[in-house]
Design a protein around this ligand. Sequence first.
Ligand code: GLA
Length: 523
Amino acid sequence: MERMSRTRLAVPLVLCVLAAAAASQAPRAKDLPPRPQAEVDGLAMTPPMGWYPWNTFGEAPQNERLIAEIADALVASGLKGAGYVYLGPDEGVCFSRGADGKLTANKSRYPSGLRGLGDVIHAKGLKYALYTDAGTMTCSGGMPGTKGHEFEDMKAFADWRADYIKIDWCNSRGQDIVQTYAELGKAQRAAGRPVVHSLCSWGEGYPWVWAGAVGHMWRTTADICAPGEADWARALRVAFANEKLAEFAGPGHWNDPDMMVVGMPGLTEAQNRSLFSLWCQMAAPLMAGNDLRATDRSTIDILTNLEAVAVDQDPLGVQGRVVWNDANVSLWAGKPLFDGSQAVLVFNQGRSRASRRITWEELGLDVRDAFYVRDIWKHTTSGPEAGGTTVSVAPNDVAFLRLSKKNEFPIPPILTVETFLLRLRSGSARPELLTGKVTVRNMGRSELPPWRVDPSSLPAWLRVEVTGGGKAQTFVNKVLTAGLKRGAYHALVRADNVEPVSGKPMSALYYDVDLEVARDVKR
Ligand code: GLA
């Protein structure tokens, strides 16, 4: 389809190798908030995981039904249980701008409205992602951009209860990129609902230098594919360009090599496994882009391999890098994990099987140490091995390994929550005590200390107690209605925790509590 803006296609991948040059183009600090955004909201401390429609569906066939079906598929396939939670329409022609300047949902595609869609997603224990553009129009020209409406649009997204906002950079001629995204970040903070802010300028404006101050992740390259079909060579160019920016990634601020093409037409099983491993080794956001309603078992097994996801979701948040690349075979390392182990990837792009000896020395490890070698795809452990290990890798495939001095390979916390939306209702004029529960389970191996909810962050009508411990904890939400007036009340509850082995803060957990009081209540 002919697109409204071609600027992003002109963004050369070589931009990514110009990271050093970026320092001289560093934005004016006056435009940027003084603290990284993730330090304020605690969001995306590990790379966001979820599903986004663009790679498969482009803009046209998106609608409420598709998103609801994908939400069901996320749960049924086990992807939600492996940590994939963010989902929503990309350029799904979901809203337009009225004569009053306000955004309105496209009711023919989204009959429940965009708030309604958010409720459906939250009720399933998933998080709500929306898309817009920082210019005058989105890339297809099918939706209005936020230019000149930053504050009212971010308020609309907050009212619809978005948890994640991807902001594209089409049709932005003449706009200062840092000022524009900084203004959008300000508008999000003013709207009062913390969101994962995903910048999408395809590397334009060197976002890796400055964007952590306003958001949580930024695209580093042009699109990974045209909607509908994966392109292996293009996906690898994206991966190798993204690799060069490793030093800029860390907890709360991630390089984004685009939504994944794993499981899309055009790729073999080995290629799917390789791309997924590369994304995990690079601590990239894991946004699946395949049609989850019609996915084969092998793709599901790849996307839900918790041993691989563990590398991506490691709380230290280090992006792995290429140690050597002999044209057909590359060694990716430099990824220490929270338990003292290391993730190592050997990728074979050649046409024939490749055997390589990988030495502890070239991995930067102490050559006197012996390591157990865990094969992340075969789920087998060998060793302890001294000096190095030998791998044999099929064409287009990987050896994805984890090395540890102990014969233990713990999975870091991977959380599932049965709902992010509690609805409480009081019908009586006499005081009532209402209770609603939200349970959080940790699919990883380590147990967590109790979640903390700051009581001063809650409205006077709500109290939250955390019960249970270890692998499952419940937030008990208590409302005493005494003295409340008839009306609708809302609270966004924030809970915080630390990962006990690394001591790093975990991504803050947010959920909504809605209270409906049908009559004025006596004291
Ligand atoms: C740009 C982005 C894509 C997608 C489309 C929507 O190309 O890079 O990821 O959001 O716009 O038009």
